[in-house]
Write a protein that binds this ligand. Structure first.
Ligand SMILES: Nc1ncnc2c1ncn2[C@@H]1O[C@H](COP(=O)(O)OP(=O)(O)OP(=O)(O)O)[C@@H](O)[C@H]1O
Length: 448
């Protein structure tokens, strides 16, 4: 046994080319995974959590090499590869992304994946026993009796019965199928398992059973696991550590207890606030995560979360209610991207009996504030005056003028990429708010 991690992911990237025209000229890239790093120790379960579209599945399939990574390293020290050091050219002999066929085949024994839909790994025309035993055959076990013995034993260990060997997938419930998929993943005695949303497709009533089975199996087999989920409460059940992913990047990582009890990134806070808690002593703020994850083709500048962050930093000259500042920036962005159309607001307000041009400007202005959660008056006189001028321009259809007015509002979060802050015990976060003013290009305003 060595003290090196079983798996080390370093600056892993997966960019999908975006092409155009009949010549498929590359015009950009979807940066689905954009430089993530973490370790998984022997016997440890790391959760990778984030909303749909954050890049979790892409990360998983790049790590297990179902897809070729664009850049970075995935160093796997299992399967008798312990203790190897880097080559003279700086490459690592255990880097999965560079494995040739032979080594890749060996790696495919050592690392297995469980998917959200268990049916995807089971052939409907094969008995479940044969499906599981097939893995042994592919890897050279020719003794049929021995294969059956191993599979029957495994079916029992995942909570099924040996006699199920000769039944077909359609005879089983979703939960049972996931148990079979687990048996299939375990049959080659792997050291590492990637479980991609393994319970999200299952009935709520059986999720707990499967999670507890995963916990038991992980302990019994001494497995390391990368556990992917969009659900923080599920992550808490099974993971020793958790990595929070947003738009291709890891924004926070740490021991599960540390991240849950003392989250350091506003995105983590927002994900945690979505968990219903029966504990009234946990006075958790209810944070509404508005909108969806932006496209990874042109991610926001600076901190990628700034367009949705409830704690987005105010620029030095303002000291507004934080929710007003958030609303103001969202309003600015929507005007800039042309998503606000005053004429459609006028149309909506006019209803059926009135000509839209008869809706007076004041009504349009009030409606704009209501729709974008802007207060009647901002507490800062200068900010209010700028906002008012912009809204006046909008109501008169002068969108460019409104855009120019609003461009005076800016946040350090869109200008600077946050550095990593170390909170101790391997708890790291990437948020400008956690950096001291000296570390930041712009001085920090008073905290909220
Ligand atoms: N083949 C592809 N080509 C272009 N973009 C892709 C491709 N596959 C995924 N993406 C994009 O990469 C981003 C990350 O997708 P991914 O499926 O990894 O996210 P996820 O967090 O696993 O979400 P989900 O839980 O919905 O699968 C998304 O914006 C997705 O549209």
């Amino acid at each position: 046994m060595t003290d090196e991690p079983l798996l080390s992911v370093r600056n892993l990237k997966k960019h999908y080319p975006i092409t155009e025209g009949i010549l498929s000229k590359q015009v950009g890239a979807a940066k689905a995974v954009d430089g993530i790093s973490f370790d998984i120790e022997e016997g440890e379960t790391l959760g990778l959590v984030g909303e749909s579209g954050c890049g979790k599945s892409t990360a998983a399939s790049s790590i297990i090499r179902l897809e070729e990574a664009t850049d970075g390293e995935v160093i796997f020290n299992g399967g008798g590869r312990q203790g190897r050091t880097r080559n003279q050219d700086g490459s690592h002999p255990n880097d999965i992304t560079q494995f040739e066929d032979e080594e890749l085949k060996a790696f495919r024994r050592d690392a297995q994946m469980i998917f959200q839909d268990p049916s995807s790994s089971l052939d409907p025309r094969m008995t479940v026993g044969s499906s599981v035993a097939e893995m042994l055959l592919v890897h050279g076990m020719t003794d049929k009796e021995r294969r059956r013995e191993i599979v029957e034993d495994l079916l029992e260990r995942v909570g099924l019965e040996a006699e199920y060997y000769d039944r077909y997938p359609h005879e089983f419930s979703g939960g049972q199928k996931q148990r079979i998929a687990l048996a299939r993943a375990l049959v080659l005695n792997p050291e590492f398992i990637v479980a991609d949303e393994p319970v999200s497709a299952l009935d709520v009533s059986i999720r707990a059973e499967i999670l507890s089975l995963l916990n038991d199996i992980q302990e019994e087999f001494g497995l390391s696991m990368l556990f992917i989920s969009h659900d923080m409460s599920v992550v808490r059940e099974v993971c020793d550590r958790v990595a929070v992913m947003y738009l291709g990047e890891i924004v926070e990582i740490g021991d599960t207890e540390d991240v849950f009890s003392d989250p350091q990134h506003p995105y983590t806070e927002a994900l945690l606030s979505a968990i219903p808690t029966p504990d009234p002593t946990l006075d958790r703020e209810n944070i509404e995560l508005k909108g969806t994850v932006p496209s990874p083709i042109s991610p926001p500048s600076g901190c990628r979360f700034h367009t949705r962050c409830h704690k987005v930093i105010q620029s030095g000259e303002y000291d507004l209610e934080q929710s007003d500042w958030r609303a103001l920036l969202t309003f600015r962005d929507k005007v800039q991207t042309g998503e606000i159309d005053p004429s459609s607001i006028r149309n909506a307000l006019s209803g059926e009996d009135m000509d839209p041009s008869d809706v007076d400007d004041e009504t349009v202005k009030t409606q704009l504030r209501v729709e974008f959660d802007l207060p009647e008056t901002l507490s800062d006189r200068d900010a209010e005056s700028t906002l008012q001028t912009a809204i006046d321009a909008l109501a008169e259809g002068r969108i460019e003028d409104a855009n120019e007015e609003l461009s005076v509002f800016s946040t350090p979060c869109e200008k600077e990429e946050p550095a990593e802050t170390d909170h101790g015990n391997g708890h790291l976060s990437s948020c400008l708010r956690n950096q001291s003013a000296a570390e930041r290009a712009e001085p920090a305003p008073a905290d909220d």
